[in-house]
Design a protein around this ligand. Sequence first.
Ligand SMILES: [Zn+2]
Length: 133
Amino acid sequence: MLMEKASAGMWRKIDTRYNLIGSECQKCDALYFPPRIICRNCGRDTKMVPKKLSGKGTVYSFTTIRVPSDAFKESAPYNVAVVALEEGPKVEGHVIESGKKVEIGTKVKTVFRKMYVDGEEGLIHYHFKFEAL
Ligand SMILES: [Zn+2]
């Protein structure tokens, strides 16, 4: 019971918009990103805690989007990749080339960038992207 309270407090202290936060099962060490509440291995016995990830990884696969949806039309062409994080989980995200060509095996790290502006209300959405190293 005490563990549950401590864990909920930890989640509130971490700003998940600007950190890459996964969840780790204390029982079997399985690591998830995006975070999961219930461990696939442990089910009801899950003991999940937030785990800050390094944000570093390697491009596992990628594709270049040349004809994007309206929300992303200013960024095209851009790369969307599946990145294998150092800690294991694979995550999909945009990859900024910043002078380096993106290829399978390219090392990347997360950066937090403006993703798109919601037309109606002008609401700016931020999310992580990857930057080629
Ligand atoms: Zn588990």
